[in-house]
Design a protein around this ligand. Structure first.
Ligand SMILES: Cc1ncc(COP(=O)(O)O)c(C=O)c1O
Length: 398
């Protein structure tokens, strides 16, 4: 069976490729600093631009949770704004919220699709707000005018681990000049065991994709029994119920850990970032994959693309869709080798009352794979499955 992973899989060429010239943000040496991930970059960005504990920040009610957790743990007071059906901020609501003084607006380029930054900047300037552009999904993506995402907001953050097979990594771009004496940047190298653990997971994942039977057997016959023995010895065998445990693990993945607030990008990720496929090849492949699915997708009632347009320059992280029976669709796709990605772990501080549209997005949006390691045949396979689902042909197609 064909397997489509949600994220790119590490391959030997990622280590051995020649150092390629990179575009934004790597090319912007004077504005960019490298951190352990986007969460650390947000924390560092707040310090650099002078947003202090107690400052009010306006955040979209459709958010992943990890950015919200970071802002809250940095002491920001958050207020949530609505988003419109085209996924852009509801700026009328933003202006209403400004009747109470606010310091900044936080904007997310969902799935690497550009937000209308010129309009957002104009409104923000009129209201005296700083603009933080969360471009965790949009590494290498650009807007209609060809401007790289993350190059317009006062601050922008990137997450490298979503678009590239790296153990860690993110960037902070400071597009607004900051008084140097105000900035006290702390830097700490990431814990080597943490980086090694992430690297091990990437390698295991890559091996499991390439040699599934061998890896399954080693896990069943060697690793699982060994882990059971260790857990029994440590008395953890009867730990918390499985569901609570899974939720805690999911949360651990999304939360902001204060001890990582000064961690820089590891040397391993710095190395890998400059190898692998050239930036423009990644962009072309992602765009081509998006267009292949879009072109093959038939209209139906159960699934439709989240975005109505596909701007020139956009290099998406996933093919985002709206699906009315999301759980069933995920199960159907998983059984056919397709991994999918739900957008985040919705933070409990995000209100639900008055945010009907954002609530429906949480229930219906799914990201489907289109990364640079996939090609035309993969995309045709994916679109075929979606069409079967859309046309209720699943029973016969199964
Ligand atoms: C919109 C958004 N912002 C920030 C982050 C945090 O990224 P990182 O895992 O690199 O800290 C994520 C993902 O978790 C995200 O989806």
């Amino acid at each position: 069976m064909r397997t489509l992973t949600a994220f790119p899989v590490l391959s030997p060429s990622d280590f051995l490729g020649s150092s390629a010239p990179y575009g934004f943000p790597v090319s912007q040496t004077s504005k960019v600093s490298y951190w352990y991930g986007a969460r650390t970059a947000i924390r560092q960005g707040l310090v650099q631009i002078g947003i202090r504990p107690g400052d009010r920040v306006l955040v979209p009610a459709y958010a992943c949770g990890s950015e919200v957790d970071t802002l809250l743990k940095c002491g920001c007071v958050l207020d949530y704004y609505r988003i419109l059906p085209d996924m852009s901020p509801d700026l009328t609501h933003v202006v209403d919220l400004c009747s109470c003084p606010a310091r900044a607006i936080f904007v997310i380029n969902y799935f690497g699709f550009p937000q209308p930054m010129d309009t957002i900047m104009a409104v923000a300037r009129a209201q005296g707000l700083l603009v933080i552009e969360d471009n965790a999904h949009g590494l290498f993506s650009a807007d209609e005018q060809g401007r790289p995402l993350g190059s317009v907001g006062d601050l922008a953050v990137m997450s490298f681990t979503k678009a590239l097979p790296l153990p860690d990594g993110g960037a902070l771009v400071v597009n607004r000049s900051v008084e140097p004496q105000e900035v006290l940047v702390q830097r700490q190298r990431p814990h080597p065991l943490r980086v090694a653990g992430q690297m091990k997971s990437l390698i295991e994942f890559a091996l499991a994709r390439r040699y599934p039977t061998l890896v399954r057997s080693v896990k069943r016959l060697v690793l699982d029994p060994a882990i059971r023995v260790v857990k029994t010895i440590e008395g953890q065998a009867k730990a918390s119920p499985a569901v609570a445990h899974a939720q805690a693990r999911e949360w651990a993945f999304f939360e902001f850990k204060a001890e990582r607030g000064s961690w820089t990008m590891s040397a391993c990720s710095q190395y890998l970032l400059r190898r692998g496929l050239p930036h423009d090849v990644v962009v072309q492949r992602r765009r081509r994959n998006y267009l292949t699915v879009l072109g093959a997708l038939q209209e139906g009632l159960r699934v439709r693309p989240l975005y109505r347009t596909f701007p020139a320059g956009c290099s998406p992280l996933f093919f985002p869709i709206l699906a009315v029976e999301l759980a069933g669709l995920r199960q159907y796709l998983t059984a056919r080798g397709i991994e999918s990605h739900r957008f985040g772990f919705f933070h409990e501080s995000i209100p639900t009352k008055g945010f009907l549209f954002e609530e429906s997005l949480k229930e219906q949006v799914l990201g489907l794979p289109l990364h640079q390691g996939l090609g035309d045949e993969d995309m045709v396979y994916l679109a075929g499955l979606l069409n079967d689902w859309n046309m209720n042909r699943v029973a016969t197609a199964a």
